[in-house]
Ligand binder design. Sequence first.
Ligand code: ADP
Ligand code: MG
Length: 411
Amino acid sequence: MNFSELGLSPALMRAVDSMGLHLPTPIQGQAIPAVLQGRDVWASAPTGSGKTLAYVLPLVQKILQAPKQTNFRRPIRCLVLIPTRELALQVGQVLRQVADSLGLKAVVAHGGVSINPQMMALRGGADVVVATTGRLLDLVAHNALRLSEVQHLVLDEADRLLELGFADELQSVLALLTQAHQTLCWSATATPELAAWAEHGLRDPLRIESDAAEVFEAPQIEQRAIAVDDKKRTALLRHLITTQGWQRVLVFVATRYACAHLASKLCTAGVRASALHGDMSQGARQVALQDFKDSRIDVLVTTDLAARGIDIALLPVVVNHDLPRSANDYTHRIGRTARAGAQGQAVSFISADAFAHWQLIQKRAQVQLPLDVVAGFEPTETPAPTAGVGGIKGKRPSKKDKWRALQQPAG
Ligand code: ADP
Ligand code: MG
């Protein structure tokens, strides 16, 4: 299928050409015509499958084609809600790339920075606002914008927006959309909360569940699990960076403290590394991410803050130094690599303590990986027996037996 067969106008086709895109991704092929028709869409498609442009292109076209208002203030016609600041900036960049040359005004609003420039930017209105929910509500409270004329609502990373801690803000925002509007939900992972919300929040939506068999859509991620002692993980990471010639590595840890700690250990060891976590100022967060994108640093150590949506071109390796809490988080973390049809590797360090949790993640994420052992980093610890749930000794393999049986030497 071709972009020109999707119903895009000449103006949008020129935008597609100027971005150097040749063929639509499968999700774009399915979603773009439906969005142009004004339908609600609920799409689940893997990480890196091109969901952003699947809504940006048709929505920009719809806004361009809508009747012009005569009063001088531009009514906000399209609202894109995003769970994290970095992702809001990223989506804002993609949107501006398309919208600017077509005379549309897009404003990005997120927390962690002064609200004043955002209020200034919103003077005279805007056609599209990309926002995190908290800052959006602040702006509404400051009378900096009105949402009563929104005709298109996008929930990017919709499952996250409906999670505890976001859901209340989301409901407050939705209450401000008084006009009937088209709603588009996008996510790589679905949750029961999202399904329940979609049931009553969407009008006869087109449900798109991408076919993982399609080459572009199924990310080509080679997953590895390596058994290693807790205390040897940083040394192993350095060893792999050197021996595997890894140039650009995104390393996930569990806490902000661990993030800063590991990054400084790596720096001391001569690795060009930075941290990216929620305790840093928004300015420092952006510098770290941009340094990584522009290859000024080789290793970015981060928390689940960077697990969702962030698009780093040609990121070959993701490392789970600490395991994520859930299988969904695992999917999002490893989805930072192998984007847009590229190849990538996701390596998880499994210490004896984390083994039981790893089994659970594997089960939920429907993967079953052998436990590699790297020469010189053979684990010496074994998992503690689970209290109270042990089977009959000798009849069923214990956690320790499984841990040993799964381990295999690797390069
Ligand atoms: P998702 O939101 O599905 O995780 P993104 O929208 O961030 O993915 O897109 C992932 C990458 O794919 C981006 O770098 C984007 O520029 C690229 N991309 C999007 N559409 C196409 C296309 N039609 N052809 C080639 N690359 C594309
Ligand atoms: Mg995305």
